[in-house]
Write a protein that binds this ligand. Sequence first.
Ligand code: SF4
Length: 342
Amino acid sequence: MNAAIPDQPLEIIWDITYACPLRCVHCYSESGRRPARQLDLPDLLRVADALIAMRPLGISLAGGEPLLVPGLFDVVERFTAAGIKVALFTGGWSVSEELAEQLLRRFFRVSVSVDGATGAAHDRIRGRRGSFDRAMQTLARLDAAAASVPGAVFGIDSVVVRSTVDELDEFCTRIAPRFPALSFLSFGAVVPEGLASRPGFAAHELLTEAQTRLMGSPEQAERLQELAPGTVHVTVTDNLSLQMHPEHIRSGKFFPAMQIEPDGAVRAMPAYEGTVGNILTDPPAELWRRSIDRWHHPYVVETLTPVRTMADWAEATRKIDYRFGSDAVRARLDRRPDFAVP
Ligand code: SF4
């Protein structure tokens, strides 16, 4: 095996539901547009036990909106009792003061998605009016609750698209200072997966080559860090490590993560459709072996090798999704409307 490939995933991302109150134009998981595939509590705990047995460094719960899942805290408790840290990604649509405190107590890191520095930009991307105000309210509640939770870590996770790439300074200078306990600002170039791989989206909202280079540069991280309050840690990424380009795999510049779908199905590669089995029925080592085989599948290698730009990547994603997605996935792709500029 390539020495750069670990013998098990270092991180696990579990999209614990595909239900979501928002309708983001770039949604990687196409949540809210496909069946939620959410398990009941006994099966959620079975998945949790299977993941614990893999002893990953960390687990991220995403989706969909994890806060819609009944029994979520039972699942988190199972992980933390086993000594595994759990991170949460939420759209922050509906978080009461009480829930905010619970989130800080139970998760080692809480990320609230904010995609524009203004309500107009954020609501347009998130597809629901009022979502910016709600996300700000959630951040304010986390900020207030942080005072009573030692070691609380929360921050903003922002997907950067072409129409918002010029708003990053404002996140640092206008939004971050509103929340004195904010721990981090995390900016990531939009990945052409899911709805973000559609041709219209690629043409209008994927970053240009120059913008992508900037998102991958330490200078940009340093510049934004200087603009943000001193207590806020700023990161930027071009997210190219998710591409699974054969050259990146050879050189070790890839993200050795396992992405789990809500019902325990395991994706071969986080950014692409196509599963290799289910964590409830297949041995984890075998699932990881099948995943690695997929990275080296001739169709994957042939499709990703010529990729140089974000637009190329989007086209490759559409091909891989169609080639390895289930019949249900292909039917959804066939019906999926293209992105239209709002
Ligand atoms: S909040 Fe997340 S899961 Fe929900 S639609 Fe937006 S990107 Fe998708």
